[in-house]
Design a binder for this molecule. Structure first.
Ligand code: IPE
Ligand code: IPE
Ligand code: MG
Length: 258
């Protein structure tokens, strides 16, 4: 259900947005929205700023969109923050990105706790710097009893690695007799993925005009609705998010049926 009071309070100055929200169907808000937050570098380049300035600006958008999605009644918001391929970037940029969770959660955590948001993370923890992991784990711990929006960060995440890890885990469980071939259904296999316990995304958003998945949730997005926009992530706002939801509500999902 919409939290109308909060929606108005948080976006009081945008009549465009209010009109859009009024038209949205409360019962058909996507339960799980996944976002590939792309275009930070190009946003900065357009302003002759270093790429990291775009990442910093993008962090503020995460806060804005989390708050809005929560007020709209979205249950899970998965955000692609760092891919397993992003290590290829210059060291200085990677270092900056690894410091962002600390800064973001350092200022935003009290608000997340108060707003009943539960923080989660999916991705390979092994190669993350200690301070990055610590700040994320602290947020996970501090919000673990919250039962509002699940804010799921994909950090050092790659879908192929995720699937491969799941397969290896199944093989181990099979060898130790925990599972056999007949028991391995799609549902059971899903429980070996990092999204265990979450529904599949209903809606995938990618910003910045790139029309690809870049190794994001290949299994989970099998029947999701896709919405692409040319808007660069640091320019993305509540109005764009509401537009995506509006388009989503006009789509006819068939899941292979008629
Ligand atoms: C997305 O913005 C953020 C991350 C991948 C971490 P980019 O940094 O990819 O921005 P562009 O695509 O170069 O503009
Ligand atoms: C995908 O964006 C990863 C994140 C948004 C974190 P990229 O910018 O890394 O993707 P490519 O390289 O354009 O495919
Ligand atoms: Mg990019």
């Amino acid at each position: 259900m919409f939290d109308k009071m909060k929606l108005w309070k948080n976006n009081i100055d945008s009549s465009d947005l209010q009109e859009r929200i009024i038209k949205l169907k409360e019962q058909q808000v996507p339960s799980h929205v996944a976002i590939i937050m792309d275009g930070n570098g190009r946003w900065a380049k357009k302003r002759s700023l270093p790429r990291v300035a775009g990442h910093h600006e993008g962090m503020k958008v995460v806060r804005k969109i989390t708050r809005f999605a929560n007020n709209l009644g979205v249950k899970t918001l998965t955000l692609y923050a760092f891919s397993t391929e992003n290590w290829k970037r210059p060291k200085m940029e990677v270092d900056f990105l690894m410091k962002l969770p600390e800064e973001f959660l350092g200022t935003f955590l009290p608000e997340l706790v108060q707003e009943n948001v539960q923080v989660r993370m999916m991705g390979n923890k092994d190669f993350l710097p200690k301070f990055t992991l610590n700040s994320i784990e602290k947020a996970i711990e501090a919000t673990k009893h919250n039962d509002g929006l699940v804010l799921n960060f994909a950090m050092n995440y790659g879908s192929r690695a995720e699937i491969l890890e799941a397969v290896k885990h199944v093989l181990t469980d099979s060898r130790s007799g925990i599972i056999d071939e007949e028991q391995l259904t799609e549902e059971v296999f899903s429980s070996y993925l990092m999204t265990d316990g979450m529904s599949d995304p209903d809606l995938l958003i990618r910003t910045s005009g790139e029309i690809r998945l870049s190794n994001f949730m290949l299994w989970q997005l099998a029947y999701s609705e896709f919405w692409f926009t040319d808007v660069l992530w640091p320019d993305f706002n509540e109005n764009h998010f509401a537009e995506a939801v509006e388009v989503f509500q006009k789509r006819q999902r068939r899941f292979g049926g008629v």
